[in-house]
Design a protein around this ligand. Structure first.
Ligand code: URA
Length: 215
């Protein structure tokens, strides 16, 4: 199942336009904040698909029948570009558990690269709702590798993958290589992917735009 949140115009599309704009990108604080705001909006949308239960709440004037989350989700992200997006999700799911994992592209002299997963800090995932957020779903290979690594900590009951921008190829890859109960949330889908797995028109390198260039 896939939800493309930018299909219907909302303030989310203004944030995406600003993140793509090479002039506005020069303001890295705005870039981070927009990524965080997109994370907040995605979290709000995902919350509609989580499990809810009824609870009696005592107010100063009586007892209200309220709905509360049955279980807190686990929000996982990939270092480092995922940090602002993750923060936005955590602003909404403020009692969530969290997982962090590193994945980087190890480049070979012939121009090819492979994705390496190294660091992982993750709670027990058995029977929980996992929200795996990565702002850029390019080839889909990193998400697959990260998901395989996270599975060592248990089998989640529900899996949500959330991305700001996805390539069509990345969406197809997720459909083919991840379990079919995965719900994919993307803000926008771009058609093209370069040979170096950059999304076109995309926005560039999300990690560099948020945190500065690397060597
Ligand atoms: N990661 C990025 O930061 N940008 C892309 O276009 C693809 C992957």
């Amino acid at each position: 199942m896939i939800f493309e949140l930018g299909k219907e115009n909302s303030i989310l599309n203004q944030f995406i336009a600003e993140m793509r704009d090479e002039e506005i990108q020069k303001d890295s604080m705005r870039f981070r904040r927009n990524l965080e705001r997109a994370g907040e909006i995605c979290a709000y949308e995902i919350s509609k698909k989580l499990e809810w239960e009824k609870k009696e709440i005592t107010t100063p004037l009586g007892v209200a029948n309220a709905s509360v989350l049955k279980q807190q989700p686990v929000i996982a992200t990939i270092l480092r570009a995922g940090l602002p997006f993750h923060r936005g999700m955590l602003n909404i799911f403020d009692k969530a558990e969290n997982a962090f994992i590193s994945a980087y592209r190890k480049h070979h002299p012939d121009g090819t690269f492979e994705v390496q997963v190294e660091y992982m800090a993750c709670p027990d995932l058995n029977d929980k709702a996992l929200i795996l957020c990565d702002p850029m779903l390019a080839s889909g290979q990193s998400i697959e590798l990260v998901f395989k690594a996270l599975k060592r900590n248990g089998i989640p009951k529900k899996i949500h993958i959330a991305s700001l921008l996805a390539s069509s190829e990345g969406v197809e890859y997720v459909k083919k290589h991840l379990p079919n109960n995965v719900i994919l949330w993307v803000c926008a889908i771009d058609e093209e992917l370069t040979s170096k797995a950059y999304i076109v028109p995309g926005l560039g390198d999300a990690g560099d735009l948020a945190f500065g260039n690397k060597l």
